[in-house]
Design a protein around this ligand. Structure first.
Ligand code: GDP
Ligand code: MN
Length: 388
């Protein structure tokens, strides 16, 4: 999950990285009202996922409320384009921030170095809008440090990097703590990337994160379900949030066009199940991948999520037992359907692999008739969905 700047800065503040004061808004009138109340110099920053907003004309400066409103109207609705993003991205919201007087712009980021299997910190004194060029033409101007995650971060790493990267003296005092906070954020929120570009040294000697780029690993979002909700503006994102809310990754749940709810473990088996349903003349309403090692409780939550889609009028649960145990799945199904508060739809279950026998016994005892093959299950589900 990629975060917008204002969201990244929310996380920055949680871990103690200084950011400029500001407000987030979707309304030009708000900008006028805010600047009227808070006279001074402000930056209007377009909130889009794409980088390079400065060069694309998405960053504007305002010295009074009227100018602020005019620029906000100009930016909102504008489609920003860059080399990386030629189709462009529409600006729907703005971050209005106190303009800081910049003495120096540095670059700092943390990502995972897959080859080294370690987080790698990158620092450069040539931050700002041309850092890509620095990386290309003068890679030595970007200093790296591979953190041993079993030991973690120590301030000496920050001191060493500030020195090696020749950050201006004004950074020396604040930098180690900021990098430590960035490392905490990276680890605690399961990030793939955290980047501050520019990390500004102000003319009055403060070190401030002027920009924020944060990408979180979807598989870690269950630890911070409130963040998974942040993007829940479009329908697709609501589905993602729903999957995270029950402890799965955000791409584990997808809504489709038909009437048959599908639960399977693994994307491949899910695809196969949907194909089998189509061959049998039906259409999947949705697909939930419950992943490996699904416990009874997760199966129950999954059942409830899939049946919360009103179009679902039959369900096909197709589980290949490996790490996932058939008896656990069967217990989850029986538990899910035991309550009065669940929506009961005609159900077809196929269990194979680990503990499938026991799973089938549990289902038998509860009055379900499990099917043997995927095609048989698909045909049965289509018939049930059609009221037969
Ligand atoms: P990006 O182009 O999408 O990475 O957006 P940034 O937030 O990094 O802003 C781009 C550039 O705008 C920065 O490198 C700064 O040079 C400039 N800028 C942003 N905020 C301020 C500010 O508060 N004061 C000044 N003087 N320049 C700013
Ligand atoms: Mn930037």
């Amino acid at each position: 999950m990629k975060l917008m700047e204002y969201q990244g800065k929310d996380l920055f503040r949680r871990v103690g990285i200084p950011t400029p004061n500001g407000v987030y808004t979707t309304d030009a009138g708000d900008v006028k009202a805010y600047l009227t109340e808070h006279p001074g110099s402000w930056v209007l920053k377009s909130q889009v996922m794409m980088g390079g907003r400065g060069k694309a004309g998405g960053i504007k400066f305002a010295d009074d409320a009227q100018q602020g409103e005019t620029l906000a109207r100009e930016l909102l609705g504008k489609v920003l384009k860059s080399v990386q993003n030629p189709d462009g991205e529409e600006v729907k919201s703005l971050l209005v921030e106190e303009k800081v007087d910049i003495a120096s712009e540095a670059y700092v980021s943390i990502t995972i170095d897959r080859a080294a299997k370690k987080p790698v910190v990158m620092v450069s004194r040539f931050g700002g809008m041309d850092v890509e060029e620095v990386a290309e033409k003068n890679p030595d101007d970007i200093k790296k440090y591979w953190v041993d995650a079993s030991i973690g971060y120590s301030p000496y790493i920050g001191r060493r990097l500030a020195f090696a990267a020749e950050l201006p003296a004004g950074y020396r005092k604040g930098f180690p703590a900021i990098l430590g906070a960035l490392y905490t954020l990276f680890m605690d929120y399961g990030a793939n990337l955290v980047e501050i570009n520019p990390l500004v040294l102000t003319k009055d000697g403060r070190v401030i994160a002027s920009d924020a780029k944060v990408e979180l690993d979807d598989n870690g979002l269950y630890k911070h379900p409130e963040i998974a909700q942040w993007n829940s503006e479009s329908p697709a994102d609501e589905d993602q949030a729903a999957a995270v809310a029950i402890g799965l990754g955000m791409s584990n749940y997808a809504k489709l066009g038909g009437t048959i709810g599908v639960i399977a473990n693994g994307a491949g088996l899910g695809m196969g199940t949907m194909d089998a349903i189509r061959s049998a003349g039906g259409e999947a309403a949705n697909f939930l991948d419950i992943g490996g090692g699904a416990q009874a409780d997760l199966v129950k939550k999954s059942y409830n999520l899939v049946t919360s889609d009103p179009r679902v009028n039959a369900m096909f649960i197709n589980i290949f037992g490996g790490i996932t145990r058939g008896d656990q799945v069967a217990r989850g199904i029986v538990e899910a359907l035991a309550g009065d508060d669940v929506r009961k739809v005609p159900l077809v279950v196929r269990l194979t692999g680990t503990n499938a026998e026991e799973g089938r016994r549990i289902l038998d005892a509860a009055g379900f008739v499990p099917v043997e093959t995927m095609d048989e299950g698909a045909a049965r589900a289509v018939a049930l969905a059609n009221g037969r």
